[in-house]
Design a protein around this ligand. Structure first.
Ligand SMILES: O=Nc1c(NC[C@H](O)[C@H](O)[C@H](O)CO)[nH]c(=O)[nH]c1=O
Length: 192
């Protein structure tokens, strides 16, 4: 595969004090799973503690913006009732269920939330409408809430494009690693 000029120039940041949320869709799970693994592996490699990575799932990408907002709001409520504290200091709650998060005994605010989804073009305009709505919804969510929301939504035209961006093809790169790096960088800079 020809080398490309595209791609981020990552920086090195210490994620050991961060608490990161991940919300992922379950549509196209054979692509979602490697993206999720690449994201988590990068977070851990940057020093984020396993207990400070909270993962939840929703049916599809359309639900990502509201799920990000729910995850953020639930942790804010829990953190304020637990006496605040910087993110990552308090024991994290790990949950796979939005409602479970809101009932967790202790959680800290998130420093960044990563939204992961895979949209693959079909024979209708469904792809275009969801892609547009989700991208605008996630951007609005991060600006409204003042928390970095990392855009981890693939909008691809065919299965091979999806596989390539999940690192499943020879010589291809897992974009989840970029999303993990971005979450740590923005989380650190936000708290600086
Ligand atoms: O249609 N294709 C896709 C999709 N549709 C479901 C949608 O996100 C939502 O969950 C339902 O409409 C219910 O609200 N969701 C994806 O993540 N990827 C797709 O490729």
């Amino acid at each position: 595969m020809a080398s490309s000029l595209k791609g981020p120039t990552p920086q090195q940041h210490d994620g050991s004090a961060l608490r990161i949320g991940i919300v992922h869709a379950r549509w196209n799970s054979t692509i979602i799973e490697p993206l999720l693994k690449g994201t988590k592996d990068k977070l851990l490699a940057c020093g984020v503690k396993e207990k400070n990575i909270v993962v939840e799932s929703v049916p599809g990408s359309w639900e990502l913006p509201i799920a990000v907002k729910s995850m953020y709001s639930a942790s804010q409520v829990q953190a304020s009732s637990a006496g605040g504290g910087s993110a990552g200091d308090l024991l994290a709650s790990s949950t796979t269920d939005l409602t479970a998060l809101s009932s967790s005994t202790a959680s800290a605010p998130f420093d960044a939330i990563i939204a992961i989804g895979v949209l693959i073009k079909g024979e209708t305009m469904h792809f275009e409408y969801i892609s547009d709505a989700v991208s605008h919804g996630l951007m609005r969510t991060q600006l409204d809430l003042g928390i970095p929301v990392i855009f981890g939504v693939l909008t691809v035209l065919n299965d091979d494009q999806a596989k390539a961006r999940a690192g499943l093809l020879s010589g291809s790169h897992n974009h989840g690693e970029d999303w993990g790096s971005a979450a740590v960088e923005l989380g650190v800079k936000r708290g600086a």
